[in-house]
Design a protein around this ligand. Structure first.
Ligand code: ARG
Length: 469
């Protein structure tokens, strides 16, 4: 087992091959094979640059490019055999290239190290992932804005402390998430901007003595510029941290929405219905309809936040430049980003599927003296009462209603006048939930006309962004 150098890539000075357990702890091919498309893109750009700069022959560069295309096709077809003895995706690809094109393959790694190679591959991967995530976030916004437009005037209770607070509209509630997701998209876009510099050409850590053209590789890989410091180039993982932080915050948003769907679906609330497409049954209780997709969307934030935290801990205290610790950056990042993609797809599906029960929402909106603030505002407006006093008077009226066991708009004028004699029957105009929401016309408020306008604005904005691509 340990009698011959096993690794033809770096085994020159080694008399023995690595112990089984060394291979096991060292190999990353099990997960970094996901970087193969980015690895091949990076290698093609590097080889073309080497030829352009006169560092390798143009004929060799052509062979290398052809071989790499062939490898890409093999990987796409699922026929490529990844080997653990070759450790990682970089050496697997290079080894196959040698099988395909012979000695010219050995020229590809000129003026390059796996350190800048993996930094480049991983950056490209995260950048691709951000682009996919942005499109998926936009999708969820679209689903939310469409639902919001349809339910701009559907009244539901608004909560604070999960206690009925003031009536709002369902559309207004959904548009809150559209705003949150807009900030998520902003965070990913910011991360992408800072990410978009090329580490390629940093080589192992110190740069290279070959006359490479880093601008050229940066440009051909779609980066804005080469990174300015080779030590930073190989050791920076901020781009993954920032992206995971953005993913964590987005996942927090989705977990809040998922939790609301779970609550709204309980028979006690009965605010919304999800179809069979997004619910499951119980193997023992035939009556059950469980919101599993929402529950899982609520839970995925756990692994996404852990990936962020895990990478923070890996990077903390790492001296410059590259250390093998950094190989631990990938597996959890891959998992976190694909988990987020799953959550977003499930969310978009659930939002589109979800049917609100307007009756149940309306009834609940009227309970819990939810228009008490409207009463207090009326006392301020009509009787010129200071708000603090109006708050006190309203409290007494709520208490009277509670004693009688009725809602505020059911309480008689006489009962109200027993608390404040100047109250007139005009007060009833503000006590219904419809009038309550209608009156909240301040910018960003829940009035149906506001909500309809906002929803339409979002739909137009999303439409415009789509037509630009
Ligand atoms: N598989 C390695 C990683 O993911 C590639 C870089 C290896 N570099 C090295 N000097 N051993 O980090």
């Amino acid at each position: 087992m340990t009698d011959k150098p096993a690794n033809t890539m770096w085994g020159g000075r080694f008399a023995m091959s690595p112990a089984e357990i060394m291979q096991e702890i060292n190999a990353s091919i099990g997960f970094d094979k996901q970087l193969a498309p980015q690895d091949i893109r990076g290698s093609k750009a590097h080889a073309a640059m080497l030829a352009e700069a006169g560092i390798i022959a143009k004929t060799d560069a052509r062979e290398i490019a052809k071989g790499l295309d062939k490898i890409k096709a093999e990987i796409d077809a699922g026929t490529f055999e990844f080997s653990r003895a070759l450790e990682d995706v970089h050496m697997n690809v290079e080894n196959r290239l040698k099988e395909l094109i012979g000695p010219a393959a050995g020229r590809l790694h000129t003026a390059r190290s796996r350190n800048d190679q993996v930094a480049t591959d991983f950056r490209l991967f995260v950048r691709d992932a951000i682009d996919g995530i942005d499109a998926a976030l936009e999708n969820v916004q679209q689903a939310l804005a469409e639902k919001a437009e349809a339910h701009a005037a559907t009244v539901m209770p608004g909560f604070t402390h999960l206690q009925p607070a003031q009536p709002v509209t369902f559309g207004h509630h959904l548009l809150a998430y559209v705003e949150m997701i807009a900030r998520d998209r902003g965070r990913f876009a910011d991360a992408r901007k800072r990410l978009n510099e090329s580490p390629l050409g940093s080589a192992a850590l110190a740069g290279t003595s070959f006359p490479i053209d880093r601008e050229m590789t940066a440009e051909s890989l779609g980066f804005d510029r080469p990174m300015a410091n080779s030590l930073d180039g190989v050791s920076d993982r901020d781009f993954a941290l920032e992206t995971l932080a953005a993913a964590t915050i987005a996942a927090v948003h989705f977990s809040r929405l998922a939790e609301e769907i779970v609550i709204w679906m309980t028979p006690q609330f009965g605010f919304v219905k999800l179809s069979d497409r997004f619910t499951t049954g119980s193997s023992i209780m035939p009556q059950k309809r469980n919101p599993d997709a929402a529950e899982l969307a609520r839970a995925k934030v756990g692994r996404i936040a852990s990936a962020f935290q895990g990478l923070v801990i890996v990077m903390k205290g790492l001296p410059l430049a590259y250390s093998k610790d950094m190989q631990e950056d990938k597996e959890t990042t891959f998992d976190a980003l694909s988990s987020l993609r799953l959550v977003m797809a499930a969310m978009a599906g659930m939002i589109t599927d979800l049917e609100p029960n307007a009756e149940a929402m309306r009834a609940a909106a009227g309970r819990g003296y939810s228009t008490a603030t409207d009463l207090a505002d009326w006392l301020v407006r009509e009787l010129k009462m200071p708000f603090r006093e109006a708050h006190h008077v309203t409290g007494a009226i709520v208490k009277a209603a509670e004693t009688k066991g009725v809602d505020l708009d059911q309480l008689s004028l006489t009962d109200m006048q027993a608390v404040e004699p100047r109250i007139t029957k005009a007060v009833f105009s503000v006590l219904s939930v419809e009038n309550s929401v209608k009156s909240r016309t301040s910018y960003g408020g829940t009035a149906p006309q506001n909500v309809a306008k906002m929803a339409r604005q979002w739909l137009r904005r999303l439409e415009k962004a789509r037509s630009k691509v």
